[in-house]
Write a protein that binds this ligand. Sequence first.
Ligand code: UD1
Ligand code: UDP
Length: 379
Amino acid sequence: MKKKTVVCVVGTRPEAIKMAPVIIALREKPCFDVKVLATGQHEAMLSQALGFFKIKEDHNLSIMRERQSLDHITASVLTGAGAYFDEVSPDAVLVHGDTTTTFASALAAFYRKIPVGHVEAGLRSGDMALPFPEEMNRVLADRITRWSFAPTPQARENLLREGTPDANIWVTGNTVIDALLFTVRNTKKPTTPELAPVLDGRPFLLATMHRRESWGRPLENVCAALADILEQNPHLHVVIPMHKNPAVREVIVGRLGDKPQVTLCDPLDYPDFVWCMNASQFILSDSGGVQEEATAIRKPVLILRSVTERPEAVEHGSGLLVGTDSDRIMDEASKLLRDPAYYAATGEKCAASPFGDGTAARKIADALEKNLLCGATHA
Ligand code: UD1
Ligand code: UDP
């Protein structure tokens, strides 16, 4: 039997982490010839994430530029992915999530009538400006998609409401939980030297920020809130693994760089970041993936956004939607730090993660096998 060629596209850190379990699961099936196309939308952060999972890309478009524009990413991924698809003639293309790599590579596949599988399909904030441009990217990718791998029943509902046929949707859980559980099993104490100040059991908060809509004033507000929290809690430390984006770094370094209670470092290897999430008092983040991971490790996360396309994290109790207003962040942080009952209600008593049990990648690989080999829909 001739193997089916599947190209898995990854461009940024979260795509690498969340697609890694899928690549591994597909490679376990002899019916697939799996190729990894890296667009290189992220350079260092992509290879860092792929490296942990021991995945080597088959081809890298290396498109990243400093302070790149959305036009640049879209145009270069569309052209580069299209040329790669022409070269390898895949039977299917898998894309992940909501980045510009996701949308542009799905479009390149569509232009060649190659069926697309969308991993993490169906997330919706309901506002095209939030997050920007991710909400539009995921809506457009979902229109192009043939096989929709929805992480939750809510994501499936979103797709059905927009007219996606039920037979084309699989509710699989989110592959980030697969990646996280694998990593937790293999995590040792961090080796990153910058984490030395928090390895002795000192209480600390973990913060990450990078969203485009938060550049400038919102990010400054978050930094001001962190500075106030530290002033009121002199025993506390904050660890901020800074995104490589200079637009983000300039603000964080400018506002918090001189504070002895703050550790600013480069993006952490995934296992060290997972260790930090686990060991922290709580997390502050505008990340999508971190909201999902926090539910599985039962850690409160202050979501630094006004809306989330992951309402399951808020319903679950670990996600607290606080936005970027300094007073609001201060209030929630103070409650978590001072009120053990409030803390327990948000973080420690939650049931299983709404984002799955770590079997999402296997479900996706099984569904793709049935569909590509037999043209079946649901089992
Ligand atoms: C991108 C995605 C966002 C995703 C995020 C994950 C888009 C439009 N945005 O946002 O959906 O949540 O990745 O982190 O698809 N840089 C480096 N080295 C790196 C990575 C980035 O120097 O390894 C710098 C470059 O100057 C680059 C800038 O960061 O131009 C911004 O990268 P970009 O991918 O455009 O946007 P992100 O904010 O990372
Ligand atoms: N992460 C990491 N190292 C870090 C910060 C984050 O490995 O220093 C992981 C995190 O655990 C999650 C993913 O990166 O799995 C989230 O990526 P990001 O916040 O960049 O993107 P988003 O999820 O918002 O699209």
